[in-house]
Design a protein around this ligand. Structure first.
Ligand code: ARG
Length: 461
């Protein structure tokens, strides 16, 4: 049998294999709501422009509402032979309302139709990502507020470096996810132009009103060039690159949760709802969600690459390659949605082990820099010399297998005779963090101030 949609010039229909490789309905059915919204807008515009009658418009709108309801209630029968969501909807519309259905495709092509549907879908996904990022930022700020003065070790090379506060560490991620929020907002602004009315590639001779359909669908304006309108997929690439960078940030936080929940660290405890047990080892509380978030970043990055590679080298305008844009985007959206939700749940509900964090904050001679800084300030020593003094003090503590705070004043004075009792206080982790008051530094007072600032920057308005 020949296809009823383009059957005019064909003697026989597609082979089964052709149908299998060509059909996208298995995944693009997810665009049904956007497809129907696009058809509604197009139909109203055609009537307003006098291209179709008001009676046909009303019949089409009534039919579309019924199709949408059938899909929503699960009674709609999707057919692979009808290739994609556009033809599935139109063909059912024809069954329901007859002849007027055939007028809906006037001045339109599946090329601008799919570009419009997909843009609407990605725009929703972008809005969702922003809302979910805000929820995660809220959870991080909550922990930062609670733990503005909770000391913990800061690391470089995963070696204890200098004491920081847990709140400061949380706020570092607030900055990262805040920039991610900005990237999604930028992408949304650029993607919010309407391709509908580009038709197959060249525009159309019908007196369509692209500004009307653009406004109807919530776009800022129609896209300026019809070739670009049907060819552009960089809106999807921007969404996916924003998602990929967000996923990289999520995976770093996830990795820290994996490390922090280990028996060797015990920095935080995840709630039961976000831990899993072992079928053999009764003591286990595994951070599976964090591990999976860490893993899923790989999928998101892979999907971004997949579409970049599909698009590279494609000549203008539409090529069927572009039908393969959807699965990577759908996977990214599903993955990102779930990862953000799971991370938000873990961050909101985790318990910081304050005593353990404090003990770890001082381990590894983390206040050695503070001794060097004291020598610079109190003794007017060049920092390089002060570094040497502090290094010798660390060596002494290490040889005796004690912490810096366990050394006596007399001990310190054997290294540098001018050290006074006042120097002893800089050995404490609380003194260390309280002194880091430079802009962006870890001092509890700074953290409290940055919490207020972060709320205003990311959560209000
Ligand atoms: N299903 C196609 C896609 O997702 C849209 C149809 C365009 N088809 C065509 N033969 N020009 O890209």
């Amino acid at each position: 049998s020949t296809s009823s949609i383009w059957g005019g010039r064909f003697e026989s229909g597609p082979s089964a294999v052709m149908e299998a490789i060509n059909a996208s309905i298995g995944f693009d059915k997810r665009l049904y709501r956007q497809d129907i919204a696009g058809s509604r807008a197009h139909c109203k515009m055609l009537a307003a422009a006098g291209v179709i009658s008001d009676a046909d418009r009303d019949a089409i709108l009534t039919g579309l509402a019924q199709v949408e309801q059938e899909i929503e209630t699960g009674v709609f029968e999707f057919k692979t032979a009808l290739e994609d969501i556009h033809m599935n909807v139109e063909s059912r519309l024809k069954e329901l309302i007859g002849e007027p259905a055939g007028r809906l495709h006037t001045a339109r092509s599946r090329n601008d139709q799919v570009a419009t549907d997909f843009r609407l879908w990605v725009r929703d996904a972008t809005d969702r990502a922003q809302a979910q990022l805000k929820a995660l930022i809220t959870a991080l700020i909550g922990q930062a507020e609670r733990h503005a003065a909770t000391v913990m070790p800061g690391f470089t090379h995963l070696q204890a470096a200098q004491p920081v506060t847990f709140g400061h560490h949380m706020l570092a991620y607030v900055e990262m996810f805040g920039r991610d929020l900005g990237r999604f907002a930028d992408a949304r602004r650029r993607m919010n132009e309407c391709p509908l009315g580009s038709a197959a590639l060249a525009g159309t001779g019908f007196p369509i009103d692209r500004f009307m359909t653009a406004a109807e669908l919530g776009f800022d304006r129609p896209m300026a060039n019809s070739l670009d309108g049907v060819s552009d997929r960089d809106f999807a690439l921007e969404y996916m690159s924003s998602a990929a960078i967000t996923s990289v940030h999520l995976s770093r936080l996830a990795e820290e949760l994996v490390i922090w929940t280990s028996a060797q660290f015990r920095f935080v405890r995840l709630p039961d709802g976000y831990s899993t047990g072992s079928s053999i080892m009764p003591q286990k509380r595994n951070p599976d969600a964090a591990e999976l978030i860490r893993a899923k970043a790989g999928r998101v990055i892979g999907d971004l690459n997949a579409l970049l590679i599909v698009m590279k080298g494609l000549p203008l305008a539409y090529s069927k390659d572009m039908q393969d844009d959807k699965e990577p985007v759908f996977e990214v959206a599903d993955t990102l949605d779930l990862s953000l939700l799971a991370m938000t749940g873990m961050i909101a509900e985790l318990t910081a082990n304050v005593d353990r964090l404090r003990a770890a904050a001082g381990a590894g001679f983390t206040t050695a820099t503070d001794i060097a800084d004291w020598c610079v300030r109190a003794l007017n020593m060049p920092f390089r010399d002060a570094h040497h003094v502090a290094g010798s003090i660390v060596k002494m503590a290490e040889q005796r297998n004690v912490g810096l705070e366990d050394l006596s004043l007399a001990d310190l004075q054997t290294v540098e005779a001018r050290i006074t009792p006042e120097a002893m206080k800089v050995l404490s982790v609380d003194y260390s963090v309280a002194s880091r008051t430079s802009y962006g530094g870890t001092a509890p007072a700074n953290v409290a101030e940055q919490v207020a600032r972060a709320k205003a920057r990311f959560l209000e308005g």
